[in-house]
Design a binder for this molecule. Structure first.
Ligand code: ADP
Ligand code: MG
Length: 693
């Protein structure tokens, strides 16, 4: 299943290239203007940029001094936070969520309900601890039983509502995680519709369509924000700064790389050790938490909440903000959000006035009636179409371009004789005598009418190279899929180091020490060479999402060690990959992509390496080079199971060879024995040739 579907990567690449080629003069002008800036190191540039943006944000109210504009800006900041949150779900993890406003609503009503007079249950002593904390009051009217007056603190509910929304993120995420692409989008669309409807139909909690009233505003050191936009503005700036920081920290971490791997190729991510279910839920939860906090902020600012504030167009608007700004780039999506929000609250009104004036001038009644603010969805649509046509990666793209290699760097130094370095992370496995490293018993897989793998028994002893050969369609790749957990066998068992691993999920099998490459390349195309290899390290690293943000010394040390190990692994291939560590995988030559797949697999420190036609598409010199390198890996202690069509390579490096035909193992033994076997000759060359031999 994993290997037969062709990836549409080629079309996407071509499209992106065409998009970039759309306006060459813009690119040239940009390059000329930005040319000198490129000399400043990226980290310093980012720091200066962030400092300048923060300074501008802090000075903005002093410069503008117009209450209305500050208010518009404070609202825009709320949407920028929403864009940051949705960016984690859509931009990082690649999960298309069309109902994101649902989490915004959940956060908003969570705070709204506990900070307004909407619900007032009868007083009972159980409320006493909350009263002691100052979160509720006891309301007394003569002649009636006492009731509870809720006034939960805004500062408590900011993280509190984020947690509640995160909980719902996991709740909504869990049933939808098996879905991909369009299906996920449709289900999330459904959730986005359901939440406002539930809100409208539970008037006791939410006051229904009328909306909550009298939500209390935040108070700090005795100062109550009230309807003054200025403190909200500064609070928004602080929140944005914090959440941008969190976004970048996550992005450039074990967690962020795993998300991006899922976005790029879910199956490959699983096969590299990423627990897809957990990481997708995490993305949903983190994204929802951002929205929950924003809901609290927004409702506290408006002091009301109605279901209309959280309908489908809001979800779409946030999505358009992300596409406009640059999917996957936190700074970009904030810029996109601010542009769209200010477009609505500042410019469209002015442009409408101008259009009316123009209409009066030319005597066109139609122009005098145009209301651009009402056509905002049309404008969003136009923005989307224009972005897709001319700049798909957004105003500020997430992937950076890297400088071209110098000629010396490009010149490969083909080397025979294997790997000149030793890999510190690869150790020989110690197994009890007589235990094979891998053993399959009666392994069987059926796809409808055909039996792709039939009753295959195979034993792989440690520190050997076993060649798996057979005509096309004989079930070799399916056999790999069964061993690595990408397909579940219909019969038989798989044992690794004496333990039964049949039907275990792919990421767990990587943890146990089996790594693989794919016949049809499955690299993470929009990630760099280094990032691809680091994803291979996922199963061997531990950093959690919190660790990734806080970066305690243990996480820093782990990350540094992972990077060092990644470079060590890339060194296997001499100067083929090393000069290209910061290049996107999609920019590599075909042979280099094959090498990168091997490096990514080796990075997971496997005991058993499964290579599916690693030399396909390589020229004879490259093939021999790779054969030597595979032999070196064995000498370092790895065990290799190798699917290969080039029999020269198989003869050269395999200790044993097994032959599959129509899913059945028809021969096994040393290479030269197997090639004399009549069944094998018949399978490869047909019956008449066998008769002649
Ligand atoms: P090989 O790698 O030896 O060329 P495969 O394992 O890819 O062969 O395929 C073995 C057989 O199983 C082929 O007939 C192929 O069409 C079939 N097959 C493989 N994967 C699937 C799938 N997901 N659905 C249906 N048939 C499949
Ligand atoms: Mg195959």
């Amino acid at each position: 299943m994993a290997d037969v579907t062709p990836t549409p990567a080629a079309d996407v690449d071509a499209g992106a290239a065409a998009a970039r080629a759309g306006a060459p003069w813009v690119a040239q002008l940009g390059a000329r203007l930005l040319g000198p800036i490129q000399w400043v190191p990226a980290a310093a540039r980012a720091r200066v940029g962030a400092g300048a943006a923060l300074a501008a944000a802090l000075l903005f109210p002093a410069v503008v001094r117009n209450g209305g504009d500050i208010d518009a800006m404070a609202n825009a900041l709320a949407f920028a936070i929403l864009a940051l949150g949705l960016n984690i779900v859509v931009g990082f993890a690649g999960l298309l969520d069309l109902g994101y406003a649902a989490f915004f609503a959940i956060g908003a009503y969570t705070y709204g309900i506990v900070a307004s007079g909407q619900v007032h249950p009868l007083w009972s002593p159980l409320w006493e601890p909350l009263r002691w904390l100052g979160l509720v009051g006891r309301f007394h009217i003569a002649g009636a039983p006492d009731t509870v007056q809720m006034h939960f603190s805004f500062w408590l509910m900011l993280p509190g509502a984020a947690l509640v929304a995160a909980f719902f993120g996991i709740l909504f995420g869990a049933p939808t995680l098996r879905l991909k692409g369009d299906y996920l989008a449709i289900v999330t669309l459904g959730f986005g519709e359901i939440v406002p409807i539930v809100v409208r139909n539970t008037p006791t909690l939410t006051n229904g369509a009328m909306g909550l009233n009298g939500v209390i505003s935040p108070q700090i050191f005795g100062y109550r924000f009230g309807v003054n936009a200025l403190p909200f503005y500064y609070l928004g700036v602080v929140m944005i700064a914090l959440l941008i920081f969190i976004s970048y920290r996550l992005k450039d971490s074990r967690i962020g790389r795993a998300w991006m791997a899922i976005r790029e190729d879910e199956i490959a991510a699983g096969a590299m050790g990423v627990n897809r279910t957990r990481l997708k839920l995490l993305a949903f939860a983190v994204g929802a938490a951002f929205a929950g906090a924003t809901g609290t902020y927004y409702v506290a600012k408006l002091q009301t909440a109605t279901p209309e504030m959280f309908m489908f167009p809001v979800s779409v608007m946030i999505l358009v903000m992300i596409v406009l700004g640059g999917t996957g780039n936190p700074a970009g999506v904030v810029v996109g959000a601010l542009i769209l929000q200010l477009l609505q609250s500042w410019f469209l009104q002015d442009v409408t006035q101008w259009t009316h004036a123009l209409g009066r001038l030319v005597g066109s009644p139609w122009l005098q009636r145009v209301e651009l603010v009402q056509s905002i969805e049309l404008i969003f649509g136009i923005i989307l179409v224009v972005m897709m046509l001319f700049r798909r990666e957004g105003l500020i793209p997430a992937t950076r371009t890297t400088a071209a290699l110098s000629l010396a760097e490009q010149a490969a130094q083909p080397s025979r004789g294997g790997i000149g370095v030793t890999l510190s992370g690869i150790r020989k496995v110690e197994l009890p005598v007589g235990t094979p490293l891998l053993e399959t018993r009666g392994l069987t897989k059926r796809f409808g009418g055909i039996t792709a793998v039939r009753d295959v028994d195979l034993v792989v002893q440690p520190h050997t190279i076993v060649g798996l050969i057979g005509p096309n369609g004989s079930g070799k790749t399916t056999f790999f899929n069964l061993v690595t957990g990408l397909d579940v066998p219909d019969g038989g068992r798989v044992f690794f180091m004496g333990r039964d691993i049949t039907g275990r999920p792919a990421h767990e099998i990587v943890e146990r020490g089996i790594a693989r490459t794919f016949q049809t390349l499955r690299l993470f195309n929009n990630m760099t060479v280094l990032e691809n290899v680091l994803v291979g390290m996922h199963a061997r690293t531990r950093a959690s999402a919190v660790g990734a943000v806080v970066r305690p010394p243990s996480v820093r040390a782990e990350e540094a060690a992972a990077r060092e190990w990644a470079l060590e692994v890339l060194r296997i291939f001499g100067n083929r990959l090393l000069p290209r560590v910061n290049h996107l995988a999609s920019s590599l030559s075909y042979a280099n992509r094959r090498r990168l797949e091997i490096a990514r697999a080796v990075a997971s420190r496997p005991q058993l390496l499964l290579l599916d036609e690693p030399t396909a598409g390589m020229n004879p010199a490259e093939t021999m080079e790779l054969a030597d390198q595979i032999r070196s890996l064995k000498e370092m202690g790895l065990t290799v199971l190798l699917i290969e069509h080039k029999l020269g390579v198989v003869n050269d490096i395999s200790d044993r060879v097994a032959v599959l035909d129509y899913g059945e193992k028809i021969a096994e033994g040393r290479a030269e024995e197997v090639q004399r076997n009549d069944d094998v000759i018949r399978a490869y060359l047909g019956r008449t040739s066998a008769a002649r031999v």
